[in-house]
Ligand binder design. Structure first.
Ligand code: 13P
Length: 340
């Protein structure tokens, strides 16, 4: 393991002014997104959609792109490997290596992430293809009765095993323990469960000898569940998220890149900006958004070649707003720039 090289990549991924584009939707998830725009999810359409994003000006605000296995081997319409298109735009290619989740037998539906079997053989191939970081998503439900020590420990242990294997192959692991934001729990439950999950995750990373200088953490924000009907203000979400992270995340971690988890695009930007505006943070705080970066762009594209320019403009605007949020400099009035 070359920790110096890992640390350099991790720092590049969380560089101020930029963030990570999560474009690693599995075949099932991208089909759902394409269904919304009445577009068939063919290999070519998936390629065209992602190539459109990777060739947009928005890449100026993108430090890294998380790819799905299919995409890392794909070529752009002109024959250039998509990995090269990403590198040419100044971003680091990354790869989702988990294989989704399954229920843990004997629990109340808790999930464990699959993909450790064979991972040590897959990682060198991804490195060869250009991947310099990877992603593994663990999922925890914060609703009372739907999480336990069993599920939290099993997921933290799997994250640590994955991180250890990535680093051995000089690939920076994005460690993503996602506490879901769509349940009927309040903000306190989100806080308490996220704290528990992060504490366990860092304990397991320590036991597995994972140097924290060579990882990026990808957590949820502290938010009341969507189905709770409760709303929290931007300032409250920012303060509680930073408080939770400060109590759990060692300062050796170079940066934290949030998932958006079903927040609207503008909410996700406003929350990140408010956190950075608090100042006095021991790590970089940035974005690693899927839906919150792509939703307006995919809607503008609607699967039609004649919409590519507009969709790229929409994507670039979103990426720029999030880039400003990494400096705490985003204002909701800036959304008007796009209409202009
Ligand atoms: P969202 O931002 O849509 O939650 O996706 C980020 C991600 O990569 C989840 O694993």
């Amino acid at each position: 393991m070359d920790l110096d090289a890992l640390n350099k990549i991790a720092n590049k991924m969380v560089e101020t002014g930029k963030g990570i584009l999560a474009a690693d939707e599995s075949s099932g998830t991208i089909k759902k997104r394409f269904d919304q725009i009445n577009t068939e999810s063919t290999e070519t359409n998936r390629r065209d959609y992602r190539e459109m994003l990777f060739r947009s000006d928005g890449m100026k605000h993108v430090s890294g792109v998380i790819l799905f296995d299919e995409t890392i081997w794909q070529k752009a319409a002109d024959g250039t490997p998509l990995v090269k298109v990403i590198e040419n735009a100044g971003a680091v290619p990354g790869i989702k290596v988990d294989e989704g989740t399954e229920a843990i037998t004997g629990t109340s539906g808790e999930l464990i992430t699959k993909g450790l079997d064979g991972l040590s053989a897959r990682l060198p191939k991804y490195y060869e293809a250009g991947a310099r970081f990877a992603k593994w998503r663990a999922v925890i439900d914060p609703v009372a009765g739907r999480h336990s020590h069993t599920g939290i420990l099993a997921n933290a242990h799997a994250l640590a095993r994955y991180a250890n294997l990535c680093q051995a192959n000089n690939i920076v692991p994005i460690v993503e323990p996602e506490v879901l934001m769509d349940g009927d729990n309040d903000i306190d439950a989100c806080y308490a469960v996220t704290q528990w999950v992060l504490k366990e995750t860092f304990q397991q990373l320590y036991y597995m000898n994972v140097p924290l200088e060579g990882i990026v953490l990808k957590p949820n924000m502290i938010i009341p569940g969507k189905k709770s009907g409760k709303k929290a203000g931007i300032a409250q979400i920012a303060e509680r998220t930073v408080k939770c992270l400060k109590s759990c995340v060692p300062t050796a971690v170079p940066g934290i890149a949030f998932l958006s988890g079903g927040q609207s695009d503008e909410e996700a930007t406003a929350h990140l900006s408010a956190m950075n505006a608090l100042g006095n943070l021991p790590w970089k705080l940035t974005f690693s958004y899927g839906r919150a970066l792509q939703h307006p762009a995919i809607m503008a594209w609607a699967g039609k070649p004649e919409n590519v320019k507009r969709a790229q403009t929409v994507f670039t605007h979103r990426a720029k707003m999030n880039g400003l949020a990494t400096k705490g400099a985003y204002k909701s009035e800036m959304e008007r720039e796009l209409a202009a």
